[in-house]
Design a protein around this ligand. Structure first.
Ligand code: SF4
Ligand code: SF4
Length: 374
């Protein structure tokens, strides 16, 4: 970056009091052997020949470290589909970034996990789709995936890398939450993250087959409360409940442009994973701009920072510094307006309609899944 630009960027940061990002999600690739029906990646995937090269990614990591990023999440698609995964991990670790691999496990071998450990990988988040080979492989659309994940979990902990299991829960596997937690204990995970499905990207097509019932959601909360007590000091259990059965929305991404950023496989920089669903925004790429310019100055990052953009009832609400008005992408999807109060909120005029629609979808008999296209 030129000196003039550096001065301008620092001036913008100081005047807006924008803190630097703490975390960066690097979507190394959209390629993935699995076909999860709730995949939140965009409908139009980035092709392999459009992905950032090894040198370009390392350049992005260098800029991220200089910007103040502490945690680097290496994600996808399936990041193991990148042949340079070990090289990228090594480069990130040598820059002082805490490296976390978010993976389905497919594409990892014992030797490759050993190389990743040697390269400085500090944490693995391994997805699970269910607790039996038949059930899990049916959800992921990948035969043999469950057995591979069990093997990957063992290789990971044997290599001394702390393990978290990631489980997306929905109507078809929500009764297995206690068994998922037991599986995490058996696999020597230190943490399990059970997140209720969000209907972004491909998941939108499977709403009727995946929407949990109110009864399931209530039972899931009780299960998690009991398991937290039972495994206190042994396993951390993070649970993201279904916000469409809650009274208030989540503080999506910890607030727009406040905590972290996402870089897509082709280098577009987004305030959140689903931000490209907001048609009024356009996004710069690391091929054209520096990460610092994008973080501090881009229109997309500044669009929903602070409170000036907020409509009523958020603007005069006492919770606006707690949930920041909820999720902009959910407002776009459900209200057709990214500035609207998140329709999940009980103060939104759309909440009643959302409740009726949620209950209608959860009562659907169909379990047929439309698998993610590759
Ligand atoms: S959600 Fe499933 S299909 Fe989508 S990227 Fe992750 S593992 Fe692949
Ligand atoms: S009105 Fe807005 S700020 Fe208040 S709780 Fe609802 S979404 Fe959050």
């Amino acid at each position: 970056m030129s000196d003039t630009l550096t001065v301008q960027t620092h001036a913008a940061r100081d005047s807006l009091r924008i803190p630097p990002p703490m975390a960066m999600l690097a979507e190394l690739t959209h390629r993935c052997p699995l076909a999860c029906p709730y995949c939140s990646n965009p409908i139009e995937l980035t092709r392999g020949n459009e992905e950032l090269s090894t040198e370009e990614w390392i350049g992005v990591f260098r800029q991220a470290a200089a910007l103040g990023v502490l945690h680097l999440h290496l994600s996808g698609g399936e990041p193991a589909a990148r042949r340079d995964l070990v090289e990228l991990t090594q480069a990130a670790a040598s820059l002082g970034l805490y490296t976390n691999l978010i993976t389905s496990g497919v594409g990892l071998t014992e030797a490759r996990i050993g190389s990743l450990a040697d390269a400085g990988l500090e944490h693995v988040q391994l997805s699970i789709q269910g607790v039996s080979p038949e059930g899990a492989d049916r959800i992921s659309g990948y035969k043999g995936g469950y057995e591979r994940k069990i093997a990957v979990a063992g290789w990971t902990t044997d290599a001394g890398i702390p393990l978290t299991l990631n489980a997306v829960c929905h109507r078809q596997n929500m009764s297995e939450i206690d068994a998922m937690i037991d599986l995490a204990i058996r696999l020597k995970a230190r943490r399990i993250e059970v997140a209720t499905v969000q209907f972004h990207g491909w998941a939108e097509r499977n709403k009727a087959a995946l929407m949990p019932t109110r009864e399931q959601v209530e039972r899931a909360s009780e299960t998690v409360t009991k398991a937290r007590e039972k495994y206190k000091g042994v396993l951390v259990i993070d649970y993201v409940p279904a916000d469409y059965y809650s009274s208030y929305p989540k503080a999506c991404m910890g607030g727009w442009g406040r905590v972290g950023l996402n870089v897509t496989p082709s280098g577009r920089v987004l305030p959140c994973h689903a931000a490209e669903t907001i048609p009024s925004l356009s996004f710069e790429t690391v091929r054209d701009c520096s990460l610092a310019e994008i973080w501090y100055e881009s229109d997309a990052f500044n669009a929903y920072r602070g409170e000036d953009w907020m409509p009523e009832p958020c603007r005069s609400c006492e919770r606006k510094k707690v949930d920041f008005g909820g999720c902009r992408c959910q407002a776009m999807a459900l209200a057709g307006n990214a500035r609207a109060t998140d329709p999940v909120c009980i103060r939104s005029p759309l909440r009643e309609h959302l409740t009726r629609e949620t209950e209608r979808l959860s009562a659907t008999a169909s379990t047929d899944l439309v698998y993610r296209g590759r």
